[in-house]
Design a protein around this ligand. Structure first.
Ligand code: PPS
Length: 288
């Protein structure tokens, strides 16, 4: 059977069978993290690829050689993907592992390890817009007839990878139990240099100013969007159709303003307030 048409389910969350199998999900749940591992955790479309690139560049001291010659899914593979076992590198430097799993599936294993966790959150209105376009281009995700239909499912948590609200709240609660660096996509935008320095301190990686310059330069959106090792143009058109939408689409904060109607925005705010009332996280909705 074509895995493009298969959906896997774990903990009530649906995941594309093109990337996940029952075995890969089992393997991910049993995975033993170890001291030195760095785990990037995100809800999709929150800045995963950006962070994969930043980490690659931190460990190469700003040299773009690896970032421009090895695909991101090999440098920082997704724990739950079916190819994970085969590509996880055992060599110099830390193992960099990525995951979209919610906290209930991964936090227990991380708590008994000394792995470092980097969680990136993005304001959910921009996540919804980015995810909608990703559904249009990624042929392994379900079709939605309109943005409004997608938005409804997103707010109800009835999309692939589950509820944004549960993901963000669940991981935020784990801050106290894990060696975690929590950052938002918007903070990276607002003050990249400051965010980068904080991240380097968390990782225990001192950097010279010229190395920070190189990292900043090579992880800028215009540079990354031309890098075929991160822009997914290496993937065939029948799996990711870049004519529908680019993977590196806009890379901005506040694009939701171009997409949500006043009614949709009011409905979003209502659901956000209800679901986040027990959480003190604050999001940046626009940089203007
Ligand atoms: S995925 O599919 O979960 O791995 O996607 P993810 O990488 O988390 O998110 C993709 C969005 O991140 C944007 N992006 C960036 N923004 C700013 N700067 C840089 N360097 C950058 N790299 C990726 C990418 O464009 C997607 O956002 P949208 O809003 O769709 O443009």
């Amino acid at each position: 059977m074509d895995r493009m048409d298969v959906t896997e389910t774990i903990a009530g969350i649906q995941l594309p069978g093109h990337l996940h199998t029952a075995q890969s999900l089992q393997y991910a749940q049993e995975f033993k993290f170890r001291e030195g591992d760095i785990v990037i955790i995100t809800y999709p479309k929150s800045g995963t690829t950006w962070m994969q690139e930043i980490l690659t560049l931190i460990y190469s001291k700003g040299d773009p050689e690896v970032a421009t010659s090895v695909p991101n899914w090999e440098r920082a593979p997704w724990l739950e993907h079916m190819y994970f076992k085969d590509v996880l590198k055992e060599g110099e430097g830390p193992r960099i592992i990525t995951s979209h799993f919610p906290s209930e599936l991964l936090a227990p294993a991380l708590q008994i390890s000394k792995a470092k966790v980097i969680y990136i959150a993005r304001n959910p209105k921009d996540v919804a817009v980015s995810f909608y376009y990703f559904h249009k281009m990624a042929k392994f995700l379900p079709n939605f007839d309109s943005f409004s239909e997608f938005l409804q499912s997103f707010l109800e948590g009835k999309v692939s990878y589950g509820s944004w609200f549960q993901h963000v709240k669940g991981w935020h609660e784990q801050k106290k139990n894990l060696d975690m660096f929590y950052i938002t996509y918007e903070e990276l935008h607002k003050d990249f240099r400051r965010s980068l320095k904080k991240l380097c301190r968390f990782l225990g990686c001192p950097m010279y100013s010229r190395e920070l310059d190189e990292i900043e330069n090579h992880s800028r959106f215009p540079v990354m969007s031309q890098n075929c090792m991160v822009n997914y143009t290496l993937i065939s058109q029948d799996i990711m159709d870049h004519d529908q939408s680019k993977f590196m689409r806009k890379g901005i904060v506040g694009d939701w303003r171009e997409h949500l109607t006043e009614e949709q925005n009011a409905e979003f705010d209502k659901v956000f307030q209800e679901k986040m009332s027990d959480c003190d996280l604050r999001f940046i909705w626009s940089l203007e």
